[in-house]
Design a protein around this ligand. Sequence first.
Ligand SMILES: [Zn+2]
Length: 134
Amino acid sequence: MFFESLTQRFFSLLEVFEVARVPLKFRLRGLAETFVDDIRCPTCGHDGGEEGDQGFVTEYTRVTFDGIIVVIQCEPCGNIFVPSEQKLGVINSNRLRDAVEKDSGNTGQPVYSNKEQVRLEVERLNAEKGSKIH
Ligand SMILES: [Zn+2]
């Protein structure tokens, strides 16, 4: 009886723990997936609150030959950054490459082949944003 209730308590704690610690997860089915565990804005220190992703916008996320590079904009301060703690998984690199090239052809967006190129693009976006404010 004691063990049973202990186990139940343990499981209910686990669920709460999981809900509170949901990482950002991006998936392109059959191609690639990326997990981001901990996010903290390098400019203002915003950490996404209890859910870990509050006040963060991910619309600048890019798909590259190396996988999905998560790009985050911090709503409190407007800074755009590439979280360093992201786990990239590539499921099928040939198909991923095809998909990236096809998407570039369809959208007219440039191909980003790796994280470094995305980082440079993010720097450019931040600089552009800065010059608009002034
Ligand atoms: Zn911030």
